[in-house]
Design a protein. Sequence first.
Length: 295
Amino acid sequence: ASDTKLNTTTVSQNPAVVDTQVCTVTDCSAATSADDDLSDIFILYPPGDPKIDSITPASGPATGGTQVTITGQNLGCVTKVTFGNVTAMDATNAEALLDCGSTDTVSVTAPLNIIGTVPVMLTTVESDATGAPAATGSFTYTKPPAQLVKVHETGNGSGKLTSSPKGISCPKKCSHGFAFGRSVTLKVKAARGSAFAGWSGACHGRSRCKLSVTGPLSATAKFTLRNCVVPNVTGKTLSAAKRTLKAHFCSAGRIRHAFSRKVRTGHVIFERPRAGSHLRHNGKVSLTVSAGGRG
């Protein structure tokens, strides 16, 4: 006889995941491996191939999220449930006095999918181990209601947000319900004196945003005020200098007058800070204007 190998036959008992324990005339092995590995784990699965008798409810919106109950035979120790080509993430057996749960009921959330009827396939430990075919049924995905797309503006600047197809024109109308599965492009245009700083939420980057509407969506556009980059206004009339400053998101600050034989009366002699300086939006630039030559 071998002291490293033992042949035996399982006895009838409930389906479960169990530890294997061996006893000799001198001692018994530990009920659980010391390092918690799976070498002594044995799975007792329900006999018979899995079979689906009903799926309740039998339909739900293509957005997913429908709570579904699958009933049938030999469904204990479920390993996977698929709706079409999409695997459900939370298939579980109902609680029962078995490690694998109830052998006739599986609870699952229908995942997002295409509109139409798709096959439902359920596998168990038994079908995985023996190669038996998966249990099959069907589920119909219906057209969901319009999905709400919302846009928001943030930052100290401003701008306009629109959608294609039409529906959103923010800040006047900042939300709209679009058909499920519709492709929607969000466009952005900064107001004068503002700059678009980028998207957050359902959109990313600094350009137009293309969305696939498969559920409620929300995106935020950030606008910032443009900084003043001081232009060169020396030699210009005071009124022309003010117009040029405004065009560069600056403003005229303190105005002083000084005599000058070189610069004509009413024209700018000097500006501070100097041209090329960066100020906050609408930052003030002091100007010195010629009062003409003395005497």
